[in-house]
Design a protein around this ligand. Structure first.
Ligand code: FUC
Length: 342
């Protein structure tokens, strides 16, 4: 077990730190204090390490595109229609950042913040906890929120991501991670297989806001109840505007893991376990070569984001769940990622 700290970059006069956690199997994760970002997931291949996450080499690159690469998302993942929702019988409006809607916590979401951190080490696991107080005036959501984002790497090659929130007023809390994975040795995820324990996905309007209607996956390219090759599924969506997946699956969390991503060529795989009721699947359909990733210029389908969360636009849809964080109550959400190369 090992922890290393380095300066990653400087942003608006602040040092951005990179913290690398390594386990006894030579698996490592690195995190950035900007956006509490998951920067690298390094897995051993022979005597080297391979990174299976999309990432950038500068703070500017992380913040100069709309894709939230690797970043922590909060207070609310996904879109809130018109930045407006009911809370305690009143209509609350928060700042918007995608047309008239609020995406991924709005213009001052978790991903835009520089977080404090401290680390912790035991024989079996090593972790880092990012913490930040976010005032109502800073991001425009009700209440001053004390938030933490903890990444733990253990010797079973598991990464456990834990978010906590506590506010002095009732507010919303629906955080997630926007890590993009590519397990393979090729530039795209088209050869990957995907399995999701979900039989329904959400209908959305032209602004990607849920209409409230659920659609069955059975008999469609959206059906990942058994292993499906992403290249085949994406091919079947070429007639759509999105030309790939940017979809919200309804999850029944009594079946774990909720998703398995695997690369048959390298035998690398990743499962995700979570008790939340949704998984957003985004196959980087609109990435362009102007994105200067560490792995080279951007291109469609170079990574897949698998965002475990509560169904978005929650308070505007009865039956989607409850993302209200009651005042003075600490709420914890956990997402667990299990890597394997067997
Ligand atoms: C996912 C998508 C959004 C957006 C974002 C970067 O959360 O649902 O449409 O593109 O990623």
């Amino acid at each position: 077990m090992n922890i290393e700290e380095a300066i990653f970059d400087t942003y608006q006069g602040h040092s951005i730190h990179k913290i690398t956690l390594t386990n006894d199997n030579n698996v490592a994760i690195s995190l950035l204090s900007l956006g509490a970002t998951w920067h690298e997931f390094l897995v051993p291949i022979q005597d080297k390490q391979k990174n299976i996450l999309l990432n950038f080499s500068t703070a500017h690159d992380y913040l100069s595109n709309p894709f939230y690469i690797g970043m922590a998302i909060g207070r609310t993942a996904g879109r809130i229609k018109n930045g407006t929702f009911p809370l305690n019988g009143q209509s609350v409006t928060v700042p918007t950042n995608e047309g008239q809607n609020t995406l991924h916590g709005g213009p001052s979401g978790f991903n835009t913040l520089i977080w404090d951190y401290n680390s912790c080490q035991s024989d079996e696991a090593v972790s880092i906890t990012f913490s930040r107080s976010i005032s109502h005036n800073e991001d425009g959501f009700p209440g001053d929120l004390a938030a933490t984002v903890t990444y733990t790497l253990d010797n079973h090659n598991r990464v456990t991501l834990q978010f906590t929130g506590e506010s002095n007023e009732d507010t919303l809390f629906n955080p997630t991670s926007h890590a993009y994975f590519n397990l393979s040795d090729s530039k795209t995820i088209l050869g990957h297989q995907l399995m999701i324990t979900s039989s329904e996905y959400l209908e959305m309007d032209s602004e990607k806001i849920p209409t409230g209607k659920l659609l069955p996956v059975k008999g469609t390219p959206f059906d990942f109840t058994t292993n499906q090759q992403l290249g085949d599924a994406i091919q079947a969506l070429q007639g759509t505007t999105e030309k790939g997946f940017d979809d919200i699956y309804k999850i029944t969390p009594n079946q774990q893991p909720i998703v398995k991503l695997s690369d048959p060529t390298s035998h690398r795989s990743l499962t995700i376990s979570s008790s939340r009721n949704a998984l957003v699947v985004f196959t980087s359909n609109s990435f362009t070569k102007n994105l200067a990733f560490n792995s080279g210029p951007g291109e469609p389908y170079m990574g897949i984001a698998l965002e475990s969360q509560t169904l978005p636009d929650t308070p505007n849809h009865p039956g989607f769940g409850d993302v209200v964080l009651p005042k003075n109550q600490k709420v914890t959400h956990t997402i667990m990622y299990q890597y394997s190369d067997k």
